[in-house]
Design a protein around this ligand. Structure first.
Ligand SMILES: [Fe+2]
Ligand SMILES: [Fe+2]
Length: 165
């Protein structure tokens, strides 16, 4: 922990750490949702969807890395027990019970939209008090916006396949 770095954030530092930990829970759940989704997905454009899901999984893990580094810098305790993922998550976990490609894409789009709101809130909360966390939230949000767009693009391609015949 950097003492001056923590001090800089002021009396809301524990609140910031709490937001970071909640987002950390989201990222791990998102990582697993993408990763397991990429293994089980079936249906048209399966290969392309699988590749996209794997890429997103890697991004979510990278986001977890960014968050945990910031939590430690601020002297916080990162989530140590996976049981806490479901307790702290903002966006929940949508088990891909139905492996059909469209269903998996829709579930992940919902997750991305929730992630965008979460980072938006983190940015609002940290804007004035913690420029470093603000920048991390912005960097992650950029990816989440891209993820949503990628997934919606795949849904569009799937829809367009109907017109091939
Ligand atoms: Fe993420
Ligand atoms: Fe994402």
């Amino acid at each position: 922990m950097g003492t001056k770095g923590r001090e800089m954030v002021g009396n809301k530092v524990d609140e910031v750490i709490d937001l970071l930990n909640r987002a950390l829970a989201d990222e791990w759940l998102a990582y697993y949702q993408y990763w397991i989704g990429s293994k089980i997905v079936v249906g048209p454009m399966k290969g392309e969807v699988m590749t996209e899901l794997m890429e997103h999984a890697a991004d979510e893990l990278r986001h977890a890395e960014l968050l945990v580094t910031r939590i430690i810098q601020l002297g916080g305790k990162p989530i140590l027990d996976p049981d806490d993922w479901k307790k702290l998550t903002n966006c929940g976990y949508d088990a891909p019970e139905d492996p059909f490609v469209r269903k998996i894409l829709d579930q992940n789009i919902k997750g991305e939209q929730c992630a965008i709101s979460t980072y938006r809130k983190m940015m609002e909360m940290t804007k004035e008090i913690d420029p470093i966390t603000y920048e991390i939230a912005l960097e992650i949000m950029r990816d989440e916006v891209e993820h949503e767009d990628d997934l919606q693009g795949l849904v569009e391609d799937l829809e367009n396949m109907k017109f091939l015949r």
